[in-house]
Ligand binder design. Sequence first.
Ligand code: FES
Ligand code: FES
Length: 191
Amino acid sequence: MDDLKQIEDAPRGLSRRDAIKGVIAAGSASGAAYLLVTLNVNGQQRRADVMKQETLATTLRYKLGLTGTKLGCDRSECGACTVLIDDVPHYSCSVLTHTVRDKKVQTIEGLASASGKLHPVQQGVIDEQGFQCAFCMSGFLMATVGYLKVNPNPSRAELAHGISGNLCRCQDYDKILTAMMRGAENLRKVS
Ligand code: FES
Ligand code: FES
């Protein structure tokens, strides 16, 4: 809670990101218990010093620079932080980083191919112009990609249920679902 207060009380002119970096640095200077972990993220071995209570969302965003994973509620309600862990969607704001050391983490940055070609579900968003502000987009994409691994040919209702753990503050659900259905169709064509 002290750390959160420090972030909330950041002086004017200091960004939230700067404040978080300051908290991390302060923890390091004060001898807080850090673990050096190696994580498999998007097929790469990534090393980071993490606190025992540190969430995967924090590590991804503020230590590994993978800011495509968004933080909305930071308490398992919105799905903006969804990543795949061993191919299963998880809220990364509610997973402790040190618990995924022996697992494969995939974030939105790891969806496109190495050549830069978009994943078929990402292409579905382009095809259908599926989001308004798109803050929720990476979470929806990761949830959908994870769901399609177990049900590659869902009905619209099935997919809606499958990704119902993700919220959109713009309430653009119908268009999002259309885009995700198009993405599923794109994926079946190349599978
Ligand atoms: S930020 Fe993780 S569920 Fe909302
Ligand atoms: S499109 Fe704005 S939060 Fe979903």
